[in-house]
Design a protein around this ligand. Structure first.
Ligand SMILES: *Cc1c(COP(=O)(O)O)cnc(C)c1O
Length: 359
């Protein structure tokens, strides 16, 4: 069998969720959209079920997958509903839609429901992606609030640059949000923080926090932050050396001869490539872990294979263990060598069997 695996450390997931929830000081929505950022939404949700206050997914398809797997906790549809035809299913499965556009407010008005619906009404506080503009928010709030079939409402917004610790954008967005919140009934529950905000911007910790990436043990903060140090990597992408080459100096390796040896070089061929989700444009020098020791990628990444430098790893050879990212090698470090983000690498995992452990 191809020796390539994504080991999913569910105990680390639980540790990270508890860390996030304790930091937030209120409720914490475990964001498991995009198949839990590549970690397997069902396994991750089951691990946190009974403990997580709720789960966040992108869309109803992802929510139904969790309901079918027996997850009973609240599920927030972070991208809302895409047409009013989804409302009966949303009602039947007690899902909580984000409402972010005037047409969605109208759809709610036109579709009476039997069971009280929980709605998260989203303000565009400056990201300019989803959300009602500050000028239209209050009217939308009052219209939704007036509907007899609305149960509770949460005021929410989303940050665009919370991972930039010195950037004023997050404070500006928060001020815009708080100015709107001040005009809502006292005690209105609020939710603003994603992972980066939760860790680096304490003032964003409100009734509900919405950690995603940090649950999986990664972050994109651009400066050291103690709260990020406490995270544990959940996924280990592992493979093995399946062939070894002894090359003289001056020999090209792989497609395009993009890398040429500058010394006598022992090359290890590893059974993982870009069709597995490893970044195709990772540059020579991208870190890898070879039998537990720091090593480097050399040559261009192929669809099913990549090559590593074994020259300074005399004990390594055929069958050696390779960690491409994981507990010993932060996925963000690998991402940085190919202009990628840890979000992209984790959520981009393909073909690789997942092996759950530590639950
Ligand atoms: C994806 C998402 C999150 C989680 O973001 P992270 O940066 O992964 O913590 C939170 N809120 C919303 C609205 C999202 O779409």
């Amino acid at each position: 069998m191809r020796p390539t695996r994504a080991r999913i450390h569910l105990d680390a997931l639980r540790h990270n969720y508890r860390h996030a929830r304790a930091l937030g000081g209120g409720k914490a929505l475990a964001v498991v959209k995009a198949d839990a950022y590549g970690h397997g939404a069902i396994a991750c949700a089951r691990t946190l079920d009974g403990e997580a206050d709720g789960f966040g997914v992108a869309c109803i398809e992802e929510a139904l997958e969790l309901r079918e797997a027996g997850i009973r906790a609240p599920i927030v549809l972070l991208e809302g509903f895409f047409d009013a035809g989804e409302l009966p299913l949303i009602e039947r499965h007690a899902l909580w839609p984000v409402v972010a556009s005037p047409w969605q407010v109208e759809a709610l008005e036109r579709h009476p429901l039997q069971h009280p619906l929980q709605v998260w009404l989203k303000l565009d506080s400056g990201m300019h992606r989803l959300g009602l503009a500050p000028g239209e928010y209050l009217d939308a709030w009052n219209r939704v609030r007036a509907l007899p079939w609305i149960g509770g409402m949460v005021a929410m917004t989303h940050f665009s640059r919370a991972d930039e610790l010195g950037h004023p954008g997050t404070s500006d967005q928060l001020a815009t949000f708080d100015a709107t919140l001040a005009r809502l009934p006292p005690g209105t529950p609020a939710s603003v923080a994603n992972s980066a905000a939760l860790m680096a911007w304490p003032r964003t910790r409100r009734d509900w926090v919405r950690p995603g990436l940090m649950l999986y043990g990664a972050h994109t903060l651009d400066a050291p932050c103690a709260e990020a140090e406490a995270l544990r990597a959940v996924m280990a992408l592992e493979s093995k050396v399946i062939a070894v080459r002894e090359l003289a100096a001056g020999e090209p390796i792989g497609y395009g001869g993009a890398f040429v040896t500058t010394r006598p070089t022992r090359v290890g061929v590893v059974a993982a490539g870009y069709a597995d989700g490893y970044p195709q444009y990772a540059t020579s020098g991208t870190p890898v872990v070879i039998d537990g020791r720091a090593g480097e990628l050399i040559g261009r990444v192929s669809m099913d294979m990549l090559t590593v430098d074994l020259t300074d790893h005399p004990g390594a050879g055929l069958g050696s263990d390779i960690e491409l990212w994981g507990p010993r090698l932060p996925v963000a470090d690998v991402a940085a060598h190919s202009g990628n983000s840890p979000y992209r690498l984790l959520a981009g995992l393909k073909r690789v069997p997942r092996v759950e452990c530590g639950n």
